[in-house]
Design a protein around this ligand. Structure first.
Ligand code: ADP
Ligand code: ASP
Ligand code: MG
Length: 480
């Protein structure tokens, strides 16, 4: 059983939906295709929701028009009048729910996270409907399923956490019979349902995560993430034009990359695959014959494979010079962060046990808010809290290599040469990644320089030996 996931740009027009359908149908059955909303639709839905909340009918209508136009264009690509009509009926019904929900938001004069989730879910629902109809148009049995009856989550709207055991039960009851009847199942990415039955979402870019969740729930042999780049690259190709495909990468390495900013995978994507040892392949719908990247338990590694940066973070230090024991302060910080839903990305403690350093996700209101919040909760601990906004984490990822003193020294030499101020450093005990914290404005320059230092020389050598195996991304794109 194979699960294939198609991202927004891979289903952004009638032609792209047809191409994605053909790719899915070329895989052996049984198969599940997980789809995102068409490119631009989720942003337009959020824009419509915000416009409705502030009662701006012109902006709401403009955003809704973008969505309707996109879906109409894809509908137009379905040749069979019957399939087009059937798909239109469902799309129209979903868009009516959208309108009714926008009316409710307008009436309430504000946008709750629950309403926001109900609104954005309509993008994936329309696309799943259109993709299934396109597959039937191509002569194959296909059924769309909306995963707000399958993927069970907690109630954290906008960033819900799945319940894998319950999801498995639902998938067995609702998806398996459709597969057994010979259908290709087309499932909505991104969405689930909370304890009260309301639609939830898994966070922006969450369709990747839906694919591995469904893959695990259905004991898939492989999950394929079909996107607009030919695999996981050695850096974000928008920032580093010489970035190249990494052919093989371990679960640990992929998780570090995804967590530290490689947008090609939602940060949580790999988790469900790890327990069941399901390989995850990243492939391009624009270059479907390229081998892509395979993510698996063990991948050969003796070097840094990729460099990435995650921006928009806060570096917070907590000084407790008078405290006998750091534990009460640390536990208070974790409690507050947990209660406020703030993710802590990295923690370190000074050997004198007088200072803790945290890298956290940016919070609403920035440093000022975070500081107020903590001061109110650490009142009796006499801690001094200092926040540094607009920082980025750089990660150089490669099992083994990241753990060596040579790599660390090289990284610092490069950053020093580039005059990048290093605010904090962390070489993880697992040796999968070297992490440095820098000012956000230095991140792009630092990534380019680290890529030059760690990746280019290695690829230049292997290219000399095997000229065509590691093609430049730009060459691959030219072929396309
Ligand atoms: P999809 O719509 O298919 O989910 P995304 O836009 O979410 O696609 O993710 C693919 C994008 O991720 C690429 O176009 C690329 O710009 C970006 N990206 C960032 N870092 C990396 C990386 N290390 N490797 C590949 N792509 C990356
Ligand atoms: N459509 C959602 C988003 O734009 C989910 C996804 O594309 O994975 O974030
Ligand atoms: Mg994505």
């Amino acid at each position: 059983m194979i699960v294939l996931k198609f991202g927004g740009t891979s289903v952004g027009s009638a032609a792209r939906v047809r191409e994605a359908a053909r790719i899915a149908l070329s895989q052996p059955a049984p198969r599940v295709a997980v789809v995102s909303a068409a490119s631009g639709v989720t942003n337009a839905l959020l824009e419509a929701a915000r416009a409705a909340a502030r009662g701006d009918r012109t902006a709401r209508a403009a955003a809704v028009l973008v969505i309707h136009d996109k879906h109409d264009e894809i509908l137009g690509g379905i040749e069979s009048p019957l399939q087009r009509k059937l798909a239109w009926n469902v799309v129209n019904e979903v868009q009516n729910v959208l309108d009714a929900t926008l009316d409710e938001v307008e009436e309430a004069g504000g946008l709750s996270d629950a309403f926001s989730d109900r609104i954005v879910s309509t993008g994936e629902k329309c696309l799943a409907t259109l993709m299934a109809a396109t597959m039937r148009d191509l002569g194959h049995e296909a059924e769309a399923v909306f995963t707000d009856s399958i993927i069970a989550t907690d109630g954290r709207h906008g960033s819900a956490r799945p319940d894998r055991a319950r999801t498995r039960e639902h998938a067995e009851h609702l998806v398996q019979p459709l597969l057994e009847a010979g259908n290709t199942v087309v499932a909505t990415g991104f969405i689930g349902f909370g304890p009260d039955g309301a639609t939830t979402t898994l966070g922006r870019g969450g369709s990747d995560y839906s694919a591995t969740l469904l893959g695990a729930a259905l004991d898939a042999d492989e999950v394929q993430i079909w996107t607009d780049v030919p695999g996981v690259l050695s850096a974000d190709p928008r920032a580093v034009t010489s970035a190249r495909v990494v052919p093989e990468i371990s679960y640990d390495e992929a998780q570090e990359l995804a967590h530290f900013g490689a947008k090609v995978l939602h940060p949580r994507t790999i988790r469900p695959a790890v327990a069941l040892d399901i390989p995850v392949r990243i492939l391009s719908t624009f270059l479907p014959n390229e081998p892509g990247t395979v993510v698996m338990r063990e991948a050969p590694s003796d070097r840094i494979k990729a460099v990435t940066a995650l921006k928009g973070l806060i570096l917070m230090t907590l000084d407790v010079p008078e405290l006998e024991d750091l534990a009460p302060a640390a536990s208070a910080v974790f409690r507050v962060m947990h209660e406020q839903g703030v993710e802590i990305l990295n923690v370190s403690q000074a050997s004198s046990r007088r200072r803790m350093t945290y890298i956290v996700d940016a919070v609403t209101g920035g440093c000022a808010n975070l500081q107020l919040l903590l001061e109110a909760n650490l009142d009796d601990l006499e801690a001094t809290i200092t926040c540094h906004e607009h920082v980025a984490v750089l990660a150089a990822v490669g099992s083994g290599a990241a753990g060596t003193a040579a790599s660390m020294s090289r990284m610092l030499t490069v950053l020093n040469r580039e005059k990048v101020r290093v605010l904090a450093l962390n070489q993880q005990t697992s040796s999968v990644a070297m992490i440095s914290v820098v000012d956000e404005c230095d991140a792009a320059r630092a990534v380019a320089a680290l890529h030059d230092a760690f990746i280019r020389p290695v690829v230049a050598t292997s290219r000399a030996r095997r000229p065509r195996r590691t093609a430049l991304l730009s060459e691959s794109l030219r072929v396309g």
